[in-house]
Design a protein. Structure first.
Length: 292
């Protein structure tokens, strides 16, 4: 894959296996063996993959924590005519991955960007979920801070499309708990584990059921969580016409709305915040109405 002297190189975004090594495509194997260098999220992990396929291309480290420092030198190498492949530990680079940042830099510099399609955990889980595949949103990993997680779940609660999340094993239980509280414990969901590997598993049920049935031994491997979309405009327990009745002069309606949310598994404080956002009432006033 030679380039003429001083010609601009190409950035290849190459999919790698999400579990089974046979997920790798013939094209990706060929290109990874022909490029000048491979930018890898974890060089040790990728070296094992390359060894399996007999690929001896040099590796450089490129990940979330060094992308600002490692990105510009890679762009300079591309501008000098080298061809570079970017890979993540699993799946498509750029999906919940710093490969997206490198692609943006390359496009801004006028460098061609080519994708080598292949395995992707989000879509693999989605099409096997049995939930709606016509409309869906990839959410990825929930934010790290509690306030940002709460705000995100409040934002997407009424989305009609199927929602796709990623989660690490050590945070699975906490995330399921927050999803059940923020979206409603009765939401249909699928917990996808070890996709394309020997112990691939799909567990289906409502969010609260999946949380209640979780054991410590099952919290292993990487997870994709597929959650059904909102099936009505008022899944949060408040019918749209009734929302107008939620005001300071109707404390019983406010109390009933809070109770409806808590019955779905949402913590009482979060239920009060939800009603406050919808009505414009202060949380203090809602708290007062609930305890009277």
């Amino acid at each position: 894959m030679s380039e003429t002297e001083n010609a601009v190189g190409t950035l290849y975004l190459a999919a790698t296996p999400i579990g089974n090594l046979e997920d790798m495509t013939y094209r990706a194997v060929r290109v990874l063996g022909e490029v000048d260098v491979i930018a890898a999220e974890d060089t040790r992990h990728t070296r094992g993959l390359l060894t399996h396929f007999g690929i001896h291309t040099p590796l450089v480290s490129y990940h979330e924590h060094n992308k600002d420092a490692a990105g510009p030198p890679l762009i300079e190498r591309l501008l000098a005519g080298e061809n570079i492949a970017c890979v993540s530990d699993a799946g498509l680079p750029g999906i919940a991955d710093p490969g997206a940042d490198l692609a943006r830099r390359a496009i801004a510099a006028g460098i061609p960007v080519t994708v080598l399609p292949g395995a992707n955990a989000a879509l693999t889980g989605l099409i096997a979920s049995g939930l709606d595949t016509v409309r869906f949103s990839f959410v990825g990993f929930l934010p790290r801070t509690k306030d940002k997680r709460r705000d995100l779940l409040a934002e997407i609660r009424k989305h009609r499309e199927t929602l796709i999340f990623y989660e690490a094993p050590h945070r699975l239980a906490d995330s399921l708990k927050e999803l059940a509280a923020g979206l409603g414990g009765s939401r249909p969901a699928v917990l996808c584990r070890e996709l394309t590997k020997k112990y691939e598993e799909y567990r289906r049920g409502q969010l609260q059921e999946l949380l209640d049935g979780l054991s410590d031994n099952e919290q292993r491997g990487e997870f994709v969580i597929i959650v059904g979309g909102c099936d009505t405009a008022a899944e949060d327990g408040i019918d749209e016409p009734a929302a107008d009745e939620l005001n300071a002069n109707n404390p019983e309606a406010v109390k009933a709305a809070v109770a409806a949310l808590t019955e779905q598994g949402m913590p009482e404080k979060e239920a009060m915040r939800q009603i406050a956002r919808q009505t414009g009432l202060s949380r203090r006033d809602i708290y007062r109405m609930c305890i009277e």
